[in-house]
Ligand binder design. Structure first.
Ligand SMILES: Nc1ncnc2c1ncn2[C@@H]1O[C@H](COP(=O)(O)OP(=O)(O)OP(=O)(O)O)[C@@H](O)[C@H]1O
Ligand SMILES: [Ca+2]
Ligand SMILES: [Ca+2]
Ligand SMILES: [Ca+2]
Ligand SMILES: [Ca+2]
Length: 594
């Protein structure tokens, strides 16, 4: 009971509610907001455009504890408050049913990329060019029928193709009104939504894109008609609880779409049961993801900062305004939780209460029906709902999790491997030695995933060269990947041109310390790793050198002293663990993680 009334929450004062009238501040934020505000006490790493992962903790918000961010947005984007207040019922069933019955928008309102409401983000009086360059003859090609769905930004109708390749076929047409495009940014959003639908259309769990048109009043997006309705309706129809086998079948489809668009460098930002549709009413209907209206490109070396999404599904780091693809994984964690137990993991009477809950409360895994749900399923959900985005599984990893592994339609390349390998090959020899020792202690389960990724990269003579990484990425590239500039990472992997990674070293390179640390066996793993390090990787290191290794300044020296053994000048166990973790002075001394 009381899913969100955890101990954490009850310590929060009630006066930090987000005032619902802080709407539409003209406040400007910029891409680096989070970094700049948290960098004051943390020395920055040498001038690279990369985000230093060690400097970013989801717990280092520039905001006071419990306070959700101000509505500062990407330039010109307004934050619309309040969105429909959540109903006080806890089980998703009742809450959703009520909302559907009453509100004109039957669903959880998204935290919108605002497109309605007066004013223009590009400056008052500016004339907006609402010409998209799309074809104009929609009416000549399609016959419009009844409405099949409605959202905040448009409505979707049934239609029939009158001519062309799909003549006679029924389709869905999302009609987006130009009158709602009141800023250059909202026009850009529609342009991007169409571009993404088109680029990602090939995947079996993406809705198929056919065509796009416009006239003076509307944009018409023609796509595959999904006649089975929304996943939300199906959740409501069966009382909100799925047997594990069925939950798995749904999640595998959600994750395989997500792994695909994440590999393209696209973050959806609005994953929720309303945005998944079944192709038919049949038992074996395929699930498709729709609505890329809030989606964006996620460059590998940048973090997004606009607070968008739907309150119940929004990840903590989104509220802290520094996030990337992991935010979608959190939303899938929320969906998983709902599928399995029928309740929301994070709940509150008001939007700010929901946000506090998301930031601080631990979801309830103790009350009914959780005792009857398998421990492995619970483990799965927990590894998606980790508040630290670095400790969360990726979509590709989630597909390889033992709970889902058997259902698996085939593993997908995980871009996070590229990021980790890139860091590894650019790291100091000392750090690489530390990681090599760690790789010898990786649990069997995690090795299964790494082996699969190794094979997907198609090693030659038992090892991976730079061109294997290039070829693999190219194989899966769509226009979206080009736009998100993920392949740029290959330039930073140049040191690999003269090297070959065998499986052992690949493991050292692509193991995520953060994820291992989230495991119950971490202590044990670190102990074994340290033994290896002692016998083959360690050497004496000075405090200064260690500080440099960790991109820390002289103010860290006193702390680092405790990590080095006076006996032989080598790292002690604590030092080794901290070094692996890459902890910042701030989070080690005053803000313990978790
Ligand atoms: N291809 C489709 N086939 C059948 N129904 C669809 C299709 N696309 C959309 N719909 C229906 O129309 C609804 C609204 O579509 P969509 O989510 O794309 O619009 P939106 O205005 O962006 O919504 P939101 O308010 O969630 O942002 C969907 O929830 C769904 O019920
Ligand atoms: Ca909707
Ligand atoms: Ca939608
Ligand atoms: Ca949308
Ligand atoms: Ca953006």
């Amino acid at each position: 009971m009381g899913h969100c009334y955890s101990r954490n929450i009850s310590t929060v004062d009630d006066d930090d509610e987000i005032p619902s009238a802080t709407a539409q501040l003209p406040h400007r934020s910029h891409q680096n907001h989070h970094q700049t505000s948290s960098s004051s006490s943390i020395p920055q790493s040498p001038a690279t455009s990369e985000v230093n992962p060690y400097n970013i903790s989801p717990f280092q918000s520039p905001l006071p504890a419990g306070v959700a961010p101000s509505p500062a947005r990407t330039p010109g984007r307004k934050f619309k408050w309040p969105f429909p207040p959540p109903s006080p019922a806890k089980p998703i069933m009742a809450a959703l049913r009520r909302r559907r019955g009453t509100a004109p928008h039957p669903r959880d309102g998204p935290i919108p990329e605002d497109s309605e409401a007066g004013g223009s983000g590009g400056g008052i009086g500016e004339r907006l060019d609402k010409n998209f360059g799309f074809a104009k003859n929609f009416e000549g090609k399609y016959e419009l029928g009844r409405e099949v769905g409605r959202g905040h930004f448009g409505h979707t109708c049934w239609a029939k193709a009158k001519k062309g390749k799909i003549k006679g076929q029924t389709v869905a047409v999302k009609i987006i009104s130009k009158s709602k495009m009141t800023s250059a940014l909202s026009i850009e959003d529609v342009r991007r939504e169409v571009k993404l639908l088109k680029a990602l259309s090939g995947h079996s769990h993406m809705v198929k894109f056919y065509d796009v048109f416009e006239d003076s009043d509307n944009v018409f997006v023609v796509m595959e008609l999904c006649e089975g309705g929304e996943l939300l309706d199906s959740i409501l129809a069966r009382g909100g609880r799925y047997p594990e086998a069925e939950a798995k079948r749904i999640l595998v489809q959600i994750l395989s779409a997500t792994a695909f668009f994440h590999l393209q460098g696209v973050v959806h930002r609005d994953l929720k049961p309303e945005n998944f549709l079944f192709t038919s009413k049949n038992e074996d209907a395929v699930l498709k993801v729709i609505d890329f209206g809030l989606s964006d490109y996620a460059r590998f070396d940048q973090r997004l900062n606009d607070v968008v999404g739907s309150a119940y599904y929004v990840a903590p780091e989104v509220l802290h305004r520094s996030y990337s693809t992991e935010a979608d994984i959190w939303s899938i964690g929320v969906i998983s939780y709902i599928l399995l137990c029928g309740s929301r993991p994070f709940y509150g009477r008001t939007e700010s209460a929901i946000f506090r809950c998301v930031l601080r409360a631990n979801p309830n895994f103790d009350d009914l029906p959780w005792p009857s749900i398998s421990p492995i399923a619970k483990d799965f959900v927990k590894r998606l709902l980790n508040k630290d985005h670095r400790k969360r599984m990726t979509a590709a990893q989630a597909l390889a999790h033992p709970w889902l592994r058997d259902e698996n339609p085939g593993l997908l390349l995980d871009f996070s491997i590229y990021k980790l390998v890139k860091s590894y090959i650019r790291a100091s020899p000392f750090r690489r030695a530390a990681l090599k020792s760690l790789s010898k202690a990786i649990p069997e389960e995690e090795l299964v995933f790494l082996k699969a990724q190794f094979m997907l990269l198609e090693p030659e003579d038992g090892g991976l060269h730079l061109h294997n990484f290039t070829t693999a990425l190219t194989r899966y590239a769509t226009d979206a990947m080009i736009e998100s500039r993920l392949p740029d990472i290959l330039n930073m992997m140049q040191p690999l041109a003269h090297k070959k990674l065998d499986f052992e070293e690949f493991c050292a390179a692509s193991v995520s310390v953060y994820q291992l640390e989230a495991l119950e066996e971490w202590e044990q793993i670190a102990t074994v790793a340290f033994e290896h390090f002692e016998s083959e990787g360690s050497r004496a290191i000075s405090v200064q050198e260690l500080a440099e290794e960790m991109s820390l300044g002289p103010n860290a020296y006193p702390l680092l002293k405790d990590w080095i053994r006076s006996l032989d000048g080598k790292l002690n166990f604590l030092g080794y663990a901290k070094f692996l973790h890459g902890v910042t002075v701030r989070s080690s001394s005053s803000r313990p993680m978790r």
